[in-house]
Every structure is written in structure tokens, then in C-alpha cells.
Design a protein around this ligand. Structure first.
Ligand code: HEM
Length: 473
């Protein structure tokens, strides 16, 4: 089962069904469009903000009981929350919405304004055209040897019975694979380590700054602020070094960095230094955090569902006959792939997405005014009992073709759809499957006392502090 192939029609694909049982009734306005009801449970004066901050996953998940689209009051702001798979798909595919809103504005401030993840309109289209070849299906096999090397190096670093800190190890391999595959460079190993340290600190600090926007407080010379500023400066410095070194080398390997250095703007002129820099940052940052969190959850799944670890190992051995698993084996590893997809269903790295309406428009028959901020949660969508039987159960076999055909359209879109769809879906699936195969073939995993796999909500979802003991098979 691959994520891309989950596209059968939903029973409610028209997106115009009435709100589900127990939902507030939507009124219609003078134009006949429905007015999204305000979700229940807000506090007078504060609205829903407190609940969203306190327990965002539970809050986003229960919104489906209030309607297909509901309004949230976040302080003085009204935000529209979309709760059905069909409407999240319609939102992502509609030209009436752009990437914008507080989440993106704070990202831009820290990471740069000229990267593909935050651009809109013609600039975004041009940037996607530049980066797309590096992520195309036929570009991925060239990354195979690097992914293999990194996957086997990861398992080779560990000693049987010795506890492993899954957070730093997952981050390490994610950064190394992204940096080595996309920005091939001579001293990339040392740089990958620096990127790793910098990105881990930057992501922690960025999430804090987004959910608790205390502006001036983050400028005080406190140790945490200093650490964050140092890490952010180092991230930008490493990226500058990588770009400068590539230019000085005169080499033009067939990779993403060469594509960026050779890119032209709409007038046919080379793109500016700032844009090259921001593009590298905009690709490395989502690339490493998402993959790292997913690897942590894969390790957690192998530890808590050892029967699936055994099945992965048996499947790999049946394909490889005992040699190290290789990139070319991936397409034969059905169960391994299904384990990855099921982990991504229950633990989607990107758990919340936002858009802004650029015009007065409608979604599923609901009126959406120009300028409205809209949010939805792949986490809530992918755990909806209306889409999945035994929705909270870890069941990789639900992705076998005969069962996957019943999954509603857009109920499994961890990479999103439409013009903002993650460019790295194939690259990500290839690395995650190969890493899972390498891990489960060499080790089974036990939890170490003190390990905490409760969900930590940040820019991505990850276990709080996952410590596992690999036991050699
Ligand atoms: C965008 C998920 C890995 C680069 C996105 C979006 C999602 C996503 C949901 C769309 C955001 C939106 O609609 O607003 C994931 C997941 C990953 C993953 C679940 C792995 C488990 C990667 C990797 C890279 C990457 C490895 C690069 C090395 C990007 C970029 C965008 C993006 C550049 C912005 C695209 C645009 O706005 O046009 N990702 N991603 N992602 N992702 Fe990924």
C-alpha cells in the first residue's frame, strides 16, 4: 500500500452533507450559503484558544462532532476549522486559498521570506518548477546508495542491549539523508552534524514562539533565548557555507543545489542570493523535522508491536536471503511499507495545516469570507471513526488493497494534495521504508525505564523522550 494510492471515493464526497449527529445546525445566509456554526465549549472572552493550547489534538479531533466546518474564536479572531476528509481535499485543491496566517508569518520571520514553503502565486510556481526535478520519481534511485549507507550506519552505531536516545538518532539520520542527497558536498558529514544540532534547537524554540507569542520576552538575554539565537545563526551560517563552497568548487553535480544555483527568475535572470539561501533553508527544515519525528514513531511502533517487527524482518529476509536490505528491494516490501503508512496515519508529522481565503468563497456550501483563516488537522482526519474501523488501533493490514479501497478519498493525505503537496512524498516513503526494514531486520526493541512515549506536540508530533534498547536478532 502506498499513500498515493489511497483515493477511492468517499461516501460523502460531495462535501455537502448535513452536519453529523450532535452537531450544531448550520444556518443559511441570504445567498443560500450555509453559515458555519460556532463550535461549542469556548470560554467567555477567551473563546477556544485555551483549549487549543492545552490539548490541541483532542480539541481538533472533537470538532468533527460540531459540524463539517465550524468557527473557532481565538481571542478576537474567528478561524474556520474544516473537519471532513472531502472538505480538506476541496480546500487544498481550491485556488481560492493561499498559504498564509500567523503560523507562516512566524516561520517567515525566522527562516526567511523567499523560500518555497511560504511563497504564493507565480513565485511559488516558479520555485516548485526549480525544485521538482530533484524529487521526481525517477530521481530517487540516485539517492538509493546514500539512504542504504545511512540506514545501515544507523543500526551499526548501536550496541545490542545499550539504550538508544531515539530523538537524537532519528534527527541525525534525517538531516544526514536530506543534506547528503540534495546538497551533495565534500564536507557534508561535518555540516550535517552541525545542521542536526542547530535544527533541533531551532524547531523547539520556533514552536514556543508560535504558540506563546511573547514578542519582546524572546529578545531578553536569557540562556534559552541565547541558545535559540545561536542555533538559528548557525543554521543560516552552515547554509551560506554550503552554497559558497559549491560555487568555489566549480562543480555542478545533478542535485537540488545545482538546480537552485542555476535557476532563473521570470525575466531569465539568475535568482538572488537571498532566494537561494532561503530555498535551501525552506527545504532542509521541513525535510528533517518531519522525517525525524516519523522515524521516532516507527521505532516506538516496532517496540510496542513486536509482532509487526517480526513480520517486517521475515518479509525482508524472504526478499534479501540475508544480505543487507537495499533500495531496490523496497518495492517488494509490502508489509514494511504498510507499517510506515499506518504509523503516518496515527502519528502524522504534520498535524495541523492552515490556509487563508483570498476572496469571498464557499467550501462545501459554507460561506467563507475573504481573509478568513482556515485550519484543519491531518491527525484528526486520519483518526476519524467515520473513515476507519477500529480507528485508534495500529493495524498495518488495513492498507492491504482489498481493505484500503474502503478508505474515503482524502482521509489519508499525510503529504497533503494540490499545489502545496509535499514535493518529497516519494523520497520520504523510500527512506522511511528502507530505514524501517534495516531496523527491524537487525534488532527487536525494548522500552527502557524512564522512556516516555507520550505525544509531544510541537511543529510536528513526536514522542516526549523515547529511549529504547535494541536487542540484536
Ligand atoms: C510541504 C508533509 C518530508 C519538503 C509539506 C506539506 C505536508 C508535508 C503535509 C504541505 C503543507 C501544506 O499543505 O501547507 C511531509 C511529511 C514528510 C515530509 C509527512 C515525511 C514524513 C519532507 C522532506 C522534504 C520536504 C524529506 C525535503 C527534503 C517540503 C517542502 C514543502 C513541504 C519544501 C513545501 C511545499 C510547497 O509549499 O510548495 N510536507 N513532508 N518534506 N515539504 Fe514535506
Amino acid at each position: 500500500m502506498t499513500v498515493e494510492s489511497v483515493t477511492p471515493d468517499a461516501p460523502d464526497a460531495s462535501g455537502t452533507t448535513e452536519a453529523s449527529d450532535g452537531a450544531a445546525q448550520a444556518r443559511t445566509d441570504a445567498t443560500g450559503l450555509r453559515v458555519a456554526p460556532v463550535a461549542g465549549g469556548g470560554f467567555p472572552g477567551l473563546g477556544h484558544g485555551l483549549k487549543l493550547v492545552r490539548d490541541p489534538l483532542a480539541f481538533m479531533s472533537q470538532l468533527r462532532d460540531h459540524g463539517d466546518i465550524v468557527r473557532l474564536k481565538l481571542g478576537p479572531k474567528t478561524v474556520y476549522a474544516v473537519t471532513t476528509p472531502a472538505l480538506t481535499g476541496a480546500l487544498a485543491l481550491s485556488p481560492d486559498y493561499i498559504i498564509s496566517g500567523p503560523l507562516w508569518e512566524s516561520l517567515e520571520g525566522l527562516l526567511g521570506k523567499e523560500g518555497v514553503a511560504t511563497a504564493n502565486g507565480p513565485l511559488h510556481r516558479r520555485q516548485r518548477r526549480t525544485i521538482q526535478p530533484a524529487f521526481k520519481l525517477d530521481a530517487i534511485p540516485a539517492y538509493g546508495p546514500i539512504i542504504e549507507e545511512e540506514a545501515h550506519a544507523l543500526t551499526g552505531r548501536w550496541a545490542s542491549g545499550e539504550p538508544v536516545d531515539c530523538t537524537s538518532e532519528s534527527f541525525r539520520i534525517a538531516v544526514r539523508v536530506a543534506a547528503r542527497c540534495l546538497l551533495r558536498g565534500q564536507y557534508m558529514d561535518e555540516r550535517a552534524e552541525r545542521l542536526c544540532v542547530a535544527l533541533a534547537t531551532v524547531f523547539r524554540g520556533m514552536y514556543r514562539r508560535m504558540v506563546v507569542p511573547l514578542g519582546p520576552l524572546y529578545k531578553l538575554p536569557l540562556p534559552a533565548n541565547r541558545e535559540f539565537n545561536r542555533a538559528l545563526a548557525d543554521l543560516h551560517r552552515v547554509v551560506d557555507e554550503i552554497v559558497a563552497e559549491r560555487r568555489a568548487s566549480g562543480q555542478k553535480p545533478d542535485d537540488l543545489l545545482t538546480a537552485l544555483l542555476e535557476a532563473k527568475d521570470d525575466n531569465g535572470d539568475p535568482i538572488g542570493e537571498q532566494e537561494i539561501h532561503d530555498q535551501v533553508v525552506a527545504i532542509l527544515t521541513p525535510g528533517s523535522e518531519t522525517i525525524a519525528s516519523t522515524i521516532m514513531w516507527l521505532l516506538q511502533a516496532l517496540a510496542t508491536h513486536p509482532e509487526h517487527g517480526d513480520r517486517v524482518r521475515d518479509e525482508v529476509l524472504a526478499v534479501t536471503g540475508g544480505r543487507p536490505v537495499a533500495f531496490d528491494d523496497i518495492h517488494k516490501l509490502t508489509h514494511t511499507n504498510n507499517v510506515v503508512v499506518e504509523v503516518m496515519r496515527l502519528r502524522p508529522a504534520v498535524w495541523i495545516l492552515t490556509r487563508r481565503a483570498v476572496t469571498d468563497t464557499e467550501l462545501g456550501g459554507y460561506r467563507i469570507p475573504a481573509g478568513a483563516d482556515i485550519i484543519y488537522s491531518p491527525y484528526a482526519i486520519q483518526r476519524d471513526p467515520k473513515s476507519y474501523a477500529r480507528n485508534l488501533e495500529f493495524d498495518p493490514d488495513r492498507w492491504l488493497p482489498e481493505r484500503a479501497k474502503d478508505v474515503p478519498k482524502f482521509a489519508m493525505s499525510p503529504f497533503s494534495v494540490g499545489n502545496r503537496k509535499c514535493p518529497s512524498d516519494h523520497f520520504s516513503m523510500a527512506q522511511l521504508s528502507l530505514i524501517t526494514a534495516a531496523l527491524a531486520t537487525k534488532y527487536r526493541f525494548e522500552c527502557v525505564p524512564g522512556s516516555d512515549d507520550a505525544t509531544h506536540v510541537g511543529i510536528t508530533l513526536r514522542p516526549h523522550r523515547l529511549m529504547l534498547r535494541p536487542i540484536a536478532r
